[in-house]
Design a protein around this ligand. Structure first.
Ligand SMILES: C[S@@+](CC[C@H](N)C(=O)[O-])C[C@H]1O[C@@H](n2cnc3c(N)ncnc32)[C@H](O)[C@@H]1O
Length: 202
């Protein structure tokens, strides 16, 4: 499917369900690359993408050299899931809800997970559901794993309440001006895991 057709399909789904899609156009190449730049490409483990949409972040993962058998894409919308399956038949597609992440991974026999890369529209998801999704992602991560999320907003898309509740450390690692609209990339991890890593490498 040509990029223009994919983008029109994306826009159509946004018109049908703006809150679930959360953006009028898919992430641009710079944003997709900025998300991938937050991953340790040398580390072992699978990369899980939440909310694959039309697959621009999946494409950037493959382009950066993440092996296709180390990528799993979670997408709830059946239309988007069909696009991902057709565009990347070699990647594992988990059609379902990110709030059920650990069950989806368990059923597919996937793990350990070194990074969760999320394009979910967190700002339009109720905080209670957001807590569940972020908790699932963090629990799915291996010891030194990271959660990456982009946002069009000025602050962390994961609320302070959720950060405190889950004991997460948040850091804005990139600002992509040439995306439409401009977006920030945030990285989340569990500090105990970070300090454990630091102690081990000291
Ligand atoms: C802003 S789009 C991002 C698409 C793509 N990753 C990109 O960056 O262009 C959000 C995507 O998340 C999906 N989505 C929303 N809520 C979801 C959920 N609870 N579980 C899985 N996918 C979800 C939507 O269907 C949509 O494909």
């Amino acid at each position: 499917m040509a990029p223009l057709r994919r983008n029109l399909g994306f826009l159509r789904r946004w018109l049908q369900n703006p809150k679930a899609v959360g953006a009028v156009v898919p992430s641009g190449r710079s944003l997709a690359c900025a998300m991938v730049a937050g991953i340790d490409l040398e580390a072992p483990g699978t990369v899980v993408e939440l909310g694959g949409g039309t697959g621009n972040i999946t494409a950037a993962l493959l382009e950066a050299g993440v092996p296709s058998n180390r990528i799993a894409v979670v997408e709830r919308d059946p239309g988007f899931a069909r696009v991902i399956a057709a565009r990347f038949p070699e990647v594992t597609l988990l059609q379902g809800d990110a709030a059920e992440l650990r069950r989806l991974l368990r059923d597919a026999g996937i793990g350990p997970v070194k990074a969760v890369v999320s394009g979910l529209p967190l700002l339009s998801i109720p905080d209670r559901v957001c807590l569940r999704i972020i908790a699932e992602a963090v629990e799915a991560l291996q010891e030194d794993g990271v959660l990456l999320q982009f946002t069009y907003g000025p602050a962390s898309p994961v609320s302070r309440r959720i950060l405190t509740r889950l004991g997460l450390q948040a850091e804005r690692i990139n600002w992509v001006v040439d995306n439409i609209p401009p977006a920030s990339v945030w990285r989340y991890r569990v500090p105990q895991r970070v300090s454990l890593q630091t102690q081990q490498s000291a």
